[in-house]
Design a protein around this ligand. Structure first.
Ligand code: COA
Length: 271
């Protein structure tokens, strides 16, 4: 996968951000351990998400793994003896990594997981929190919690059930089995499967399309879909109304209409 300019390192370079042409990229960069996530990497991931969130030039964020063999192979198991050896330690560990995942869950910009190789455990959590999952043919997916004796938390399972349904969620969780990308596509875990050598180009093309579309219209879709997925009693219909009003009163909507009439490409500003 080619490098992009404006590189910034987090967690001693084990998390890297790059920005080009409205697209932000976060790379999990611990290839010797198949990009297993240490607590320091979770924290660096949170800092990277925050930096790209606050960068006005970034309109969409791609997450990927370095090395071609893994997206993320899960939490770094070598830290478990010290940080996750019982319920109390596990709760503290969970809080530290969950805080970073919460940033991704509530992320205001569209996110894409670009998956090549192993996507396991905590890697699945990250991928399932992304808005869209695009995978290479040679990818493998699984949640080996039952093989390690770990309880996979509410949020991870909620996303799994909403993507693949309760029966596939049970099969995956009870067995800890790994499935390939063809099966992942069939059960709705990923949206697209692409030949390995075209994965990055195809993912960037989708990101480029998103980055050139009207940001407020995308935000309206993102907010509304998130509310659709909530229980009716928890839904914030006011937020949907507010973004709908902002969108329909925006300069970008005027630009979109005008560009169509002028038969030219619109230039959206996000306001
Ligand atoms: N935590 C810590 N280290 C990990 C890791 C993880 N989640 N996943 C891989 N590694 C390390 C291995 O220990 C190995 O280290 P070593 O070179 O010092 O021996 C290195 O990464 C390469 O892994 P290896 O198993 O030799 O590569 P592989 O390509 O044959 O298999 C995996 C890759 C990801 C399938 C395999 O490493 C694996 O099953 N990892 C654990 C996955 C898991 O249980 N994740 C859930 C954690 S909650």
């Amino acid at each position: 996968m080619p490098d992009l300019p404006h590189e910034a390192p987090y967690a001693d370079g084990k998390i890297i951000t790059e920005v080009a042409d409205g697209v932000g990229v976060i790379t999990f960069n611990n290839p010797d351990k198949r990009n297993a996530m240490s607590l320091e990497m979770w924290e660096g991931f949170g800092e990277a998400l925050t930096a790209l969130r606050d960068d006005d030039s970034v309109r969409v964020v791609i997450m990927r793994g370095a090395g071609g063999k893994a997206f993320v192979s899960g939490a770094d198991i070598s830290q478990f003896e010290k940080n996750r050896h019982n319920a109390a330690a596990s709760e503290e560990y969970g809080k530290r990594s969950a805080a970073q995942r919460a940033l991704l869950a509530d992320y205001p910009k569209p996110t894409i997981a670009c998956i090549q190789g192993f996507c396991l455990g905590g890697g699945m959590q990250v991928a399932m929190l992304a808005d869209i999952r695009i995978a290479a043919h040679d990818s493998q997916f699984g949640i080996p919690a039952a093989k390690l004796g770990i309880a996979y938390g509410f949020d991870g399972l909620r996303h799994l059930v909403s993507l693949v349904g309760p029966s596939w969620a049970r099969l995956l969780m009870y067995t800890g089995m790994r499935i390939d990308s063809t099966e992942a596509l069939r059960i709705g875990l990923v949206e697209r499967v692409i030949p390995d050598d075209q994965l990055w180009g195809e993912t960037m093309a989708i990101a480029a399309t998103i980055s050139q579309n009207a940001p407020l219209a995308i935000k309206a879709a993102k907010i509304t879909i998130a509310e659709v997925l909530k229980d009716e009693s928890a839904r914030d219909m006011t937020a949907i109304k507010a973004i709908g009003t902002a969108c329909m009163d925006s300069a970008d909507f005027r630009e979109g209409r005008q560009a169509f009439m002028d038969k030219r490409k619109p230039q959206f500003q996000g306001k």
